[in-house]
Unconditional design. Structure first.
Lengths: 327, 225
């Protein structure tokens, strides 16, 4: 290396103009080197002001933790409700005194309705047997003159959201006495989850803007404290991109570290909640387990954090660089 | 190399800093730019550095009209210049080496090349043993020489100096002028703005004197050396 550069040295003309040209390969190597050192310098500068850096990173972390925690909660509840959704069903009671042929036809009619997943018939006799077995009133029921229970069908809807419409449709059928939707609360939960998801989006957007402002302000201070350097770099021929780069890297790092701390906070939150959730689940005899961020979610969070930090830095640099002369 | 063609500069406040300036400097020529403070020396240098733009007339460098240079090309134009600032404009948050390396870093040189050229430039100004120091630890004259090393490290075609001997004693001033002379010898065009009359009289160089924004005097060096 040393000998080859020496050889080039002797060839180099003493005239200034030609001496300053750089080969394309060297340019690329210089560019890569510049990016690496810029990243290292940005990191070193963050460490040189640990308090300011910590403050910024923690604010970003909190701003990222809140919507992410809400998102994870909504996802967990949705998973939980997904297990219940399959058991959502309605009971269709048949009018007293309907003939067996008509009942059979009703069954076919219900099965043919759009949005119905399955229909099963429970005869009055079978219902009574079940009631006897489960209720413990078996002997008392013997004194009844006739079976008080109606013939019934269990109808499972394909989609929970369609069930209300389905109930209305079935009520129109003449042979039907009444329809009971067992899972009314599930639909409410679903609506609530829908709201929760929108809340996640709104909160995420609001706090995302917060992160952009926090990063922007930190970058603004950094630009102000490095004003002299920017001026000199520009005067010796630094491009705008060159001047911007260290600040963009800082923004990226702030967002990235903020997201990393946010992930740690979420893991902590998960560990803290897990025993209570497990206890609750066991009380309901549920196999439910709290789902965390996951590897994909972790990477996504880091990506989002970095991107938001970068955007904040970009906006701030664009605004404050214009104030510095020469342009 | 440098050609001012009927150039005027009026600041937005109404002050007319330069009026109908025309002169030419050949490649490898060295000249003094003199005049009272406020005569327009700094404005003229700022126009050359493209910190300011002329309000009328043309400024041609190497045959290219700077008025037609787009904003994105300005950095690449500035890389052809070396500038020695009045207050040397060194950064005190980094070593002498890193200060001098700055023009090479922005042009994308490799670390090996940067090390070689920076040391060559520091050697040229006699400060090779100070590369690891912070400029704040150096004397005024040494700081000025670091500034000169930074101005020439990328081998510019044009060297501009704004009061380079501003607050230096006569002996140091002469040393610095000898340095400039060496760059001229290798083909660099050197323009030195100064009002140091003693220095001007001591050196046999072309003199351009500005007065209230006008080129009052343009005197060639006497005799052929």
């Amino acid at each position: 290396m040393a000998s080859s550069s020496k050889a080039r040295d002797t060839q180099r003309p003493q005239r200034g103009a030609k001496g300053s040209s750089v080969s394309l390969m060297d340019k690329w190597r210089g560019y890569k080197y510049h990016h690496r050192t810029t990243l290292q310098n940005s990191f070193a500068k963050m460490l040189r002001e640990p308090l300011q850096t910590l403050l910024t990173v923690v604010v970003i972390a909190i701003a990222l933790t809140l919507p992410t925690a809400l998102y994870i909660s909504v996802e967990n509840i949705r998973q939980l409700s997904g297990g219940l959704e399959s058991s959502a069903q309605m009971t269709v009671f048949v009018k007293k005194g309907a003939r067996s042929g008509a009942i059979e036809k009703l069954g076919e009619q219900l099965d043919a309705l759009p949005g119905v997943a399955s229909v099963s018939y429970i005869s009055a006799q079978a219902a009574l047997e079940e009631f006897k077995a489960l209720s413990g009133f078996g002997s008392a029921l013997q004194y009844l003159d006739e079976n008080p229970l109606p013939e019934a069908f269990l109808v499972k809807p394909l989609l929970l959201n369609d069930s209300a419409k389905l109930v209305n449709e079935i009520r129109q059928i003449t042979l039907v006495e009444d329809v009971q939707l067992d899972m009314e609360w599930l639909r409410r939960l679903d609506a609530l989850l829908d709201m929760g998801r929108k809340l996640v989006l709104a909160l995420g957007a609001a706090l995302g803007i917060g992160v952009i402002l926090v990063v922007g302000n930190t970058i603004r201070l950094a630009i102000q404290s490095r004003r002299d350097e920017i001026v000199i770099v520009k005067l010796v021929g630094g491009t705008d991109a060159y001047v911007r780069r260290p600040f963009l890297y800082s923004g990226l790092l702030f967002g990235f570290f903020g997201a990393f701390i946010a992930a740690l906070m979420l893991i902590g939150l998960g560990l803290w909640l897990e025993p209570s959730v497990n206890k609750l689940a066991s009380l309901y005899q549920s196999q439910f387990r709290l789902a965390g961020l996951g590897v994909g979610g972790f990477i996504a969070l880091l990506g989002i954090g970095g991107a938001v930090g970068l955007v904040g830095a970009w906006i701030s640099v664009g605004q404050h660089m214009r104030d510095i002369k020469p342009r | 190399m440098i050609r001012f063609d009927n150039l005027s500069k009026r600041y937005s406040g109404g002050l007319e800093a330069l009026r109908n300036i025309s002169f030419e400097m050949d490649s490898g020529e060295m000249a003094f730019l003199t005049g009272h403070s406020g005569a327009g020396k700094s404005t003229l240098l700022k126009l050359l550095m493209l910190i300011e733009r002329p309000t009328a007339g043309n400024l041609l460098i190497n045959g290219k009209n700077l008025n037609r240079l787009s904003k994105s090309r300005i950095p690449f134009y500035r890389r052809q210049l070396g500038v020695v600032f009045q207050n040397h404009q060194l950064l005190f948050d980094r070593s002498v080496f890193e200060n001098v390396a700055l023009p090479l870093q922005v042009s994308g040189y490799t670390p090996g090349e940067i090390g070689r050229r920076v040391r060559a430039a520091l050697d040229g100004v006699g400060l090779l043993d100070r590369e690891k120091n912070n400029p704040i630890e150096l004397s005024g004259g040494e700081q000025q020489r670091v500034g000169i090393a930074r101005a020439v490290v990328h081998k510019p075609k044009i060297l501009l100096a704004d009061e380079p001997t501003g607050n230096l004693d006569p002996q140091l001033s002469e040393e610095i002028m000898a340095l400039f002379k060496r760059f001229q010898d290798v083909g660099v065009t050197v323009l030195i703005a100064t009002h140091d009359i003693d220095l001007i009289n001591k050196m046999n160089l072309r003199i351009m004197r500005l007065n209230q924004g006008e080129l009052e005097l343009d005197r060639a060096a006497h005799g052929i050396l």
